[in-house]
Design a protein. Structure first.
Length: 389
């Protein structure tokens, strides 16, 4: 067992940090408060080889590992937290599932623009009545000659105000086995995108409405039976989500550490008060332990998709730690930390969302408990109404 990065990984981390310092640090605050996708950053990252880190060279990516992509998130988030979303998009998001399962024709059509930073993709899985119970989704795709007709509604899709293409989870038939996915382009007739709405983080999302939306059959990504494959791809997304939560927590921690050394009260720097020293010690313990879980999940997955269990443990830990540390950092910095002029409060708000998105902490704990007891726990118990009968 080795807890050190390889020389190559250290050089990569250094080069990403230098890129971030040169191109991204200056406008970090402005970018954090801009809800739209930063295409300028995506284009720069593409030129720097930071898009498609986990995507094969044959598909136009960098052919790197999941650990490389985690390193990129850490280094970028350390200088410009918001720009880490671009690494997420280019290496962990729906693009990774798309590159894994797309046909040669589909990849040729969309990957070049996605990887060059000119286009962004959004994932439509959640529905008004299907959140944590994702397999309850009711958006249908019915074959009609050389087309499929899509009907249904999706909510909360990240990057939807700016996306040109959408990876939509659809139902071809009943049950989990009937679930698959399709690619829908923004201006397809029958596809209406609602006005942007805002999360606590400031990020915007739009409702997606499909009303007899006709797509060519070749836009189907995974047909019936594709749900399991989609969830394997989704574990990659979860690693990126975990990496950002931890990196945002660390960003807040670093700012609080700097602050505690220069801010004086009662004639002494804050860091000399034991009440605050122990907060920093607790934060350090949390950050270091969650980081090991994240690296384990990423490193063990390098030849493919990460394990569901290791991913669940890593994401649950990183989401909780990222939020706890960012929140404690706000506390340590007082009103300065709570101010929108510092990025610490932004990190706290973003981390809060990741405890819900991409598999909530509770749903991940359900998965972990199944591993602990080595059995499946069906969440669909009898309702109170049924039980009363
Ligand atoms: C920042 C952000 C970005 C998002 N991006 C996307 C996106 O790009 N694409 C997309 O499709 N969706 C996206 N979502 C939606 C996200 O996937 C859902 O919010 C998530 O699946 C939870 O569903 P829900 O909000 O409907 O909550 P619900 O499913 O209604 O759950 C409510 C609460 O109950 C808990 N709960 C539910 N079932 C159980 C159970 N069996 N055991 C214990 N606790 C349970 C949940 O953990 C949660 O705390 C995003 C959400 C956020 C916050």
């Amino acid at each position: 067992m080795n807890f050190e990065f390889t020389e190559e990984q250290k050089l990569f981390a250094d080069s990403v940090r230098r890129f971030g310092l040169t191109h991204l640090e200056k406008d970090a605050l402005k970018r954090a408060h801009d809800p739209r996708f930063p295409f300028d950053v995506a284009k720069l990252m593409s030129q720097q080889g930071l898009m498609g880190i986990t995507i094969s060279e044959a598909d136009g990516g960098q052919g790197g590992t999941l650990t490389d992509a985690v390193i990129a998130i850490e280094q970028i988030a350390a200088v410009c937290p918001r720009s880490a979303d671009v690494v997420q998009f280019g290496s962990f998001g729906p693009i990774r599932t798309f590159a894994e399962y797309g046909t040669a024709q589909q990849k040729k059509r969309w990957l070049p623009e996605l990887l060059s930073g000119h286009m962004v993709m959004s994932l439509g899985m959640t529905e008004p009545e299907a959140g944590s119970a994702a397999t309850d989704l009711t958006t249908t795709a019915k074959p009609d000659g050389a087309h499929h007709i899509i009907n249904g509604t999706k909510v909360f899709p990240t990057f939807s105000p700016d996306a040109a293409v959408f990876l939509i989870y659809v139902r071809f038939g009943p049950g989990v086995g009937g679930i698959g996915s399709a690619i829908v382009e923004r201006n397809t007739p029958g596809f209406a995108i609602g006005p942007p709405q805002q999360f606590m983080s400031g990020e915007e999302w739009c409702e997606l409405h499909f009303d007899n939306c006709r797509i060519p059959a070749e836009n189907v990504l995974l047909g019936p039976g594709g749900f399991k494959k989609q969830m394997s791809g989704f574990n990659v997304e979860r690693i990126g989500n975990a990496a950002r939560a931890l990196a945002f927590g660390r960003y807040a921690f670093d700012r609080a550490r700097e602050h505690a050394q220069v801010r004086e009260q009662f004639g002494r720097p804050l860091c000399e008060f034991q009440g605050l020293q122990w907060k920093f010690a607790d934060m350090a313990i949390k950050l270091e332990s969650a980081q090991l879980l994240l690296y384990r999940a990423a490193a063990n997955a390098d030849r493919g998709f990460p394990s569901a269990y290791e991913t669940a443990i890593a994401k649950a830990a990183c989401n909780q730690v990222g939020f706890d540390v960012a929140s404690e950092s706000v506390q340590v910095m007082g009103a300065t930390g709570y101010s929108r002029a510092a990025l610490v409060e932004y990190c706290m708000r973003r981390c809060r969302g990741w405890m819900i998105a991409g598999g909530s902490v509770e749903i991940l704990k359900n998965r972990i408990a199944e591993h602990v007891f080595d059995r499946r726990f069906d969440q669909r118990g009898r309702s109170h109404a049924d039980a009363a009968e």
